[in-house]
Design a protein around this ligand. Structure first.
Ligand code: SF4
Ligand code: SF4
Length: 294
């Protein structure tokens, strides 16, 4: 199964390079969320943000169009995508490779056999100070022992020292490992979470230190860490240029939000770069790109 998936993956990449057919899409399946994290770009500058959910038939039409256009990999985000588990299960019927970024407080059904990036931003006290009271324990109750899960930590000036602890939490709970974004925008002016370019050095040193100690469980390859070390990617970005991006109203965009700052990039998706380059990081690729649990 794994070898078949690897060849399929390489074929799709070759199709993109030769014929320009894009295989990957990133889609907001909802604008709603049950949390209000302090660093959330989605709710940046908004007092309230709630829309009516779209019907399954709308999603079926959209997903079928994407599939017909050649999309085989899809990243489902939001808002909180687990508010629309019905849409996730629909995607499961259409796309072979699905990734979800979720806050982990609403369990995605066990028969959804795809990689889940579940957010944790530190140990319980730190995480809950950013994401809300009780969130850490909800995540653990929902997903402890779940092999679909890679922990997704948003690194800030306040939590980067807890990265090693989070890697240990991932190991103890049977998760696939830990990846990280670097926080490059914030909603709470009282909490200085935003990281500027010249403030990255100490964080990069910590990423490298943790990678040396936990090479199997901290799933940022050296190339991905380098992306964060030199964060100005205005010239070129595979994620921005070669992936189809849609907000929930089906407007096109270049990245997760419309206000992405490519001169100070902190996105894991950008750091993963061209998927063919991930072949150079087989350990991370096995766990992050094409692995399934069966
Ligand atoms: S869970 Fe995600 S979408 Fe919801 S508030 Fe937090 S960062 Fe924003
Ligand atoms: S913010 Fe980063 S990942 Fe997004 S398009 Fe810009 S460089 Fe790429």
């Amino acid at each position: 199964m794994k070898i078949y998936m690897l060849f399929y993956f390489i074929l799709l990449e070759l199709r993109r390079i030769i014929f320009g057919v894009k295989s990957f899409a990133e889609v907001d399946v909802t604008d709603n969320c049950n949390l209000r994290c302090k660093h959330c770009y989605h709710f940046y500058g908004k007092e309230e943000f709630k829309i009516n959910e779209l019907s399954l038939s709308v999603w079926k039409k959209r997903f079928n169009e994407l599939h017909k256009a050649g999309v085989r990999f899809i990243l489902l985000v939001g808002g909180e995508p687990a508010l629309r588990n019905d849409v996730l299960m629909l995607a499961d019927k259409i796309f072979p490779f699905i990734y979800v970024i979720t806050n982990g407080t609403i369990r995605i059904p066990g028969n959804f056999n795809h990689l889940l990036f579940v957010s944790l931003d530190g140990m319980e006290e730190r995480n809950d100070s950013i994401r809300g009271k009780g969130v850490f324990s909800k995540v653990m109750n929902n997903y402890s022992g779940d092999k679909r899960v890679a922990i997704n930590m948003t690194i800030t000036k306040n939590n980067y020292k807890e990265l090693e602890d989070v890697v240990n939490v991932a190991k103890e709970n049977g998760f696939r490992g830990v990846v990280c974004n670097i926080c490059a925008s914030g909603t709470d002016v009282e909490v200085p979470l935003f990281i500027k370019k010249n403030e990255r050095k100490v964080i990069i040193e910590e990423l490298k230190r943790v990678k040396t100690l936990y090479s199997d469980d901290f799933l940022m390859s050296k190339g991905m860490i380098k992306w964060y070390e030199y964060p100005d990617h205005r010239e070129s970005c595979h994620w921005g240029d070669e992936v189809l991006h849609f907000d929930v109203s089906w407007n096109r965009r270049r990245c997760f939000g419309n206000n992405a700052d490519c001169s100070n990039c902190g996105c894991l998706a950008g750091a993963m770069q061209n998927p063919l380059q991930m072949v150079l990081s087989p350990r991370e690729m096995m766990k992050l790109v094409y692995y399934k649990t069966d």
